[in-house]
Design a protein around this ligand. Structure first.
Ligand code: BGC
Length: 271
């Protein structure tokens, strides 16, 4: 039996930022199928968020679309207030919203640097802080979960693999790794679990150029020992497990869901 048919998140309330497309949409869907009520945050694509809400409802789940810019404090606060007013509290927060604005280092503008840090790092800070405040206000609800709350920080293999031409992005993800671990250390005694998921190359709009032609995909597969590009569902499943009591003793850890991308594939024959 799969973990979604087991409804391992039954009755819990989840918020997924950047939930209207790509990895976020797959996580929102997987959590809803595992029994959670899911708030789907989006920045601008209201119709994508709404159609995911409809898809989840048609499959017997419960979801809600909420517009917010995760880099803006007042916007984040209003979003959490909406979730808490609607469902009474929050049990799971997936800080997934992230952007890339790539440029060769010499040409990278301050705006590109600031935009990426604002969403990928400050956005996770603002959402995690709001989540921790709510988890501590409510405490453990043992009929729902062993923990007072679970935070999943969506990172990237580029929290440990350097990435030329993407210095702002890699810096944001490297920063996120220490953010996640430091927060996990700070709140573990309050029964809050904080973990990261670091996806490799997953087939989504953010990296379309890397897989959309057969030539690009063949080049990408050179970096992936498992020899397939990831599917958003691969991340959805990992997120359900990391949010569920099946992973109750895990905190401060990063799950690399990358088909082996972080295994230095060049060393299989080299070195
Ligand atoms: C990036 C993708 C990239 C992948 C592997 C992700 O974090 O957003 O663009 O394909 O890492 O390099």
């Amino acid at each position: 039996m799969s973990q979604t048919s087991l409804k391992v998140l039954q009755g819990q309330r989840a918020l997924v930022t950047g939930g209207s497309s790509g990895i976020g949409a797959a996580i929102a869907h997987a959590m809803a199928m595992a029994g959670a009520k899911v708030a789907i945050n989006y920045l601008s694509d209201n119709s994508a968020a709404q159609s995911l809400v409809n898809e989840i409802s048609a499959a017997g789940g419960e979801a809600l679309a909420i517009q917010a810019d995760v880099s803006q404090e007042s916007s984040v606060e209003a979003m959490f207030q909406t979730v808490i007013e609607t469902w009474g509290s929050l049990d799971i927060m997936v800080a997934n919203a992230g952007i890339q604005q790539d440029a060769p280092f010499m040409e990278m503008t301050l705006e590109q640097w600031n935009n990426v840090l604002a969403v990928n790092l400050t956005g996770q800070f603002l959402c995690a802080r709001a989540a921790v405040r709510e988890f501590l206000r409510r405490g453990v609800a043992s009929e729902l979960s062993c923990a007072a709350g679970k935070i999943i920080c969506m990172s990237s293999v580029h929290d440990i693999i350097p990435w030329a031409g993407h210095v702002n992005y890699a810096a944001s993800k490297g920063g996120l790794l220490m953010f996640m671990k430091s927060l996990a250390q700070e709140v573990a005694h309050q029964k809050i679990r904080v973990n990261g998921i670091s996806p490799g190359a997953i087939r989504t709009p953010i990296n379309r150029a890397a897989w959309e032609t057969p030539e690009a995909e063949a080049e990408l597969l050179e970096l992936i020992p498992y020899k397939r590009v990831g599917d958003p569902v691969d991340i959805g499943r990992a997120a359900v497990w990391l949010a569920s009591d099946a992973s109750d003793y895990i905190t401060g850890t990063t799950l690399y869901v990358d088909g082996g991308m972080t295994l230095y594939p060049g060393f299989r024959e080299g070195g």
